[in-house]
Design a protein around this ligand. Sequence first.
Ligand SMILES: C[S@@+](CC[C@H](N)C(=O)[O-])C[C@H]1O[C@@H](n2cnc3c(N)ncnc32)[C@H](O)[C@@H]1O
Length: 286
Amino acid sequence: MLSYRHIYHAGNHADILKHIVVSEICHHLTQKDSPFFYLDTHAGIGQYALDSEQAQKNKEFHSGISQLLELPNPPTAIVRLLDIVKTMNDSLDNKNNVQWYPGSPKVVDAYLRNKDKMYLCELHPNDYPILADLFHRDRQVTVEKRNGFQAVKALLPPPQKRGLILMDPPYEVKQDYDTVVQTLVEGHRRFAQGIYAIWFPILSRQQADNLANSVQQTRICNVLLLELSIRDDDAQGGMNGSGMIVVNPPWTLKQNAEEFLPVLTAHLADKNSNEAHFQIRWITPE
Ligand SMILES: C[S@@+](CC[C@H](N)C(=O)[O-])C[C@H]1O[C@@H](n2cnc3c(N)ncnc32)[C@H](O)[C@@H]1O
């Protein structure tokens, strides 16, 4: 089943959390000279036109990226994502209208040096050619129409010996919750020192806790959980928030999250709710 199209959701609160975390990890990886490898198991189309008919349908970016452009003194992690967005939009008009919003491949591309490698998987028959076209001149970037979960088994460990694996499935099928954990275990067995980032939606407290508990049961150490809820976790009718599970996080990530998550919670909260909140905790210690 491949009915999910990310463009309808581009730039929303969940993208903001995910892309700040990805950006912070890449910032950390580029602090060392040695090259890194990036695997995006579910890459989407790479960048999103927010003036497209699809993005305009629900205008989810209005309560996401649009809110951040107004912030007077954002924390550094938010500034780093905003800088990427600003670079993609030659000039923002005086109402800060963003035309282009980066997907995870474009966030990472902003950090990629000549020696680094990026490997992108996208299965959707319409989305794959758009992504392949976006990076067709980039020799450091490989774009494949393949199952991203299987790519983890096939490509790890990478020759670079350091890197980030982002798993961002659409969870259209419930099976994705199990597959993402099984794939983490298989990836970690092959490449224990890699950084793994798993995005997940918060549809209810129980469903989000079940995923964190499954990761805890793998006994993989050094796993950080970051969550941003824009309303009560158990509110009816849609995605109430999202989270990132990060294995082997950069030592700076928790400290940075303590700065950026309160700001995101205050500014991306559902205006009809006063139940927005965040969570930062170790699923398993180092
Ligand atoms: C949430 S979107 C990805 C968004 C992207 N990571 C970003 O942050 O910009 C999930 C994508 O995975 C694709 N997809 C679904 N199942 C897949 C699979 N097994 N392997 C690779 N791509 C898949 C979907 O077509 C969709 O474009």
